[in-house]
Design a protein around this ligand. Structure first.
Ligand code: ZN
Length: 251
């Protein structure tokens, strides 16, 4: 068996493996979408939890501040009751009023904080429900993917074993060359040489249709080494019928 024929075995196994995996891909993509949606919800939850913690600390600060102001006002009231002059009384009263204004401002802030806390708590609760729903959808998508996977598994294992045997049979440098090409193109890693005009020795690449040099065609017919299309770099092989037609005496 020529190297090209051995390479063709690897290529054909790869194509069948890819075709088989294609059946799972849609389910796989769907599962990835669900997982992404779940991760987005988790990020949103983390952000809201962070805000809730921040607001809790702010509420605590507001309470402490209000308590402090109330204490100050109580002391000033005592002093007010003990005031002996009108001037003293007026000064203390002004101070009480300033603290009262501060307290009102702090209370307003505290109220805003509380309102915002309630909003965030409600958002978090809604998010928990949404998340629980999404976990169910993600699990369904995963079960679907696993079911599709189970359907192909047996045939896939067979093909992968065939592919491994065929690859083992190839010179390592040829296999490496082929595999690096596979990374860059999905289709047409190998292409058949197609006859255009036998008498004029015109043959083209089955992948890109470019006319092939005569030495590439004769090398492929003789089945010696690996031949690649000079234009699209596909690995070339020649069908038995095309070869037989090209070399009628060898039929
Ligand atoms: Zn080509």
């Amino acid at each position: 068996m020529s190297i090209t024929a051995k390479l063709l075995r690897v290529y054909q196994a790869d194509r069948q493996i890819r075709g088989l995996k294609g059946r799972v891909q849609a389910a796989e993509r769907f599962l990835k979408q669900r997982e992404k949606a779940l991760a987005d919800l988790d990020a949103k939850r983390d952000s809201l939890s962070g805000q809730a913690r921040h607001l809790k600390a702010a509420a605590h600060n507001d309470e402490t501040e209000i308590a402090g102001i109330e204490e100050r006002i109580d002391k000033l009231r005592e002093q007010l009751n003990a005031a002996t002059t009108n001037k003293q009384y007026t000064a203390l009263l002004t101070e009480v009023n300033t603290f009262k204004a501060d307290k009102a401002a702090a209370e307003e802030r505290a109220l805003e904080t509380m309102t915002r806390m309630e909003e965030i708590t409600a958002s978090l609760e809604a998010l928990q429900d949404e998340r629980a729903e999404m976990v169910k959808l993600r699990d369904l998508a995963r079960a679907e993917r696993d079911a599709r996977m189970a359907e192909i598994q047996e045939r896939l294992t067979e093909l992968e074993a065939e592919r491994a045997v065929a690859a083992e049979d190839l010179p390592p440098d040829v296999l490496a060359e082929y595999e690096s090409e596979v990374e860059f193109r999905d289709e047409d890693v190998m292409a058949s040489i197609q006859e255009m005009d036998r008498k004029r020795l015109e043959y083209c690449c089955g992948a890109c249709q470019v006319l092939l040099p005569v030495d590439v065609v004769s090398s492929a017919i003789n089945g010696g080494s690996i031949n690649r299309c000079p234009s699209c770099r596909a690995f070339l092989y020649i069908e038995q019928a095309t070869r037989d037609a090209a070399v009628p005496t060898k039929r």
